[in-house]
Write a protein that binds this ligand. Structure first.
Ligand code: 6PG
Length: 250
């Protein structure tokens, strides 16, 4: 089994409300560290439902006044191949919960163009990342969720998430039970370059897959989230007690 380069930190909190508060606080720490060190904070937002409460919290007092939002640039870890105003759009979720309440300028938001041909949009987003962040784009923070099947971002079971290339963005196809089949996603190569990765999960429905991912064999084709191992940065798993229920101490 491939060992974790840096043992991931696990933070277990009581419930979803505490997940949102803890993630908002971690977001503020990462943002202010990056802005102090480099003058700006470049992050990739996670899609799905779990982070929505955190995004809303960040747009309210006290958090909204704790960050120089003009120094923050928003990227995305993945996107559904739908227009930006579609209910399934991760951009739409972020706009409604974060960008609009904080009046984030469009110039600070780098969305994946889900409305375009997936392969074209993936290549275009890779160019956006290298133009804005350099040949190996290093995000200060990448937020991720995990699906009950072990997917993360839009890296789904059945396809090896890593292909040994330096591809940054890929078009993928989600299982039928998930919203919007055609997807765009950062690759593990892009994700693992981040200075900080936070994987967030809550609820009993995630307990089984988290136990498998942590205590089972290393098989990233079966559990793509296992391919998330920062090369130089740090990773934190933020779980509520329900999602961490079946973890055994390592
Ligand atoms: C997406 C996400 C996806 C999500 C997980 C968990 O676009 O759907 O990137 O990876 O994080 O499916 O989703 P929930 O937070 O809704 O359980």
């Amino acid at each position: 089994m491939r060992t974790q380069q840096i043992p991931p930190d696990v933070v277990i909190v009581e419930d979803p409300r505490e997940v949102a508060r803890t993630l908002a606080e971690s977001f503020c720490v990462a943002a202010n560290n990056a802005i102090t060190a480099r003058g700006r904070f470049n992050l990739a937002l996670a899609g799905g439902a779990t982070p929505k409460a955190t995004y809303s919290l960040l747009a309210e007092p006290p958090y909204r006044s704790l960050i120089a939002w003009g120094s923050v640039r928003f990227f995305f870890g993945d996107e559904r191949c739908v227009p930006p105003d579609h209910p399934d759009s991760n951009y739409r979720t972020a706009r409604e919960t974060l960008f609009a309440p904080l009046e984030i300028a469009d110039a600070k938001i780098f969305r994946m163009h889900g409305e375009e041909d997936p392969a074209t949009a993936a290549a275009a987003y890779a160019q956006t990342l290298t133009r804005e962040l350099g040949a190996l784009p290093v995000l200060d923070l990448t937020l991720l969720g995990i699906g009950a099947d072990g997917h993360t971002a839009s890296l789904f079971p059945g396809t090896p998430p890593e292909d040994g290339s330096q591809t940054l963005v890929r078009a993928t196809v989600a299982p039928e039970n998930l919203p919007t089949r055609n997807r765009l996603t950062l690759t593990p190569y892009a994700i693992n370059a981040a200075r900080k990765i936070i994987i967030v999960a809550e609820g009993a429905a995630k307990a089984g897959v988290i136990a498998e991912v942590w205590n089972g064999a290393y098989d990233p084709t079966k559990y793509p989230v296992q391919s998330i191992r920062p090369v130089h940065g740090r990773i934190t798993w933020l779980l509520d007690q329900a999602a961490a229920a079946t973890l055994r101490p390592t």
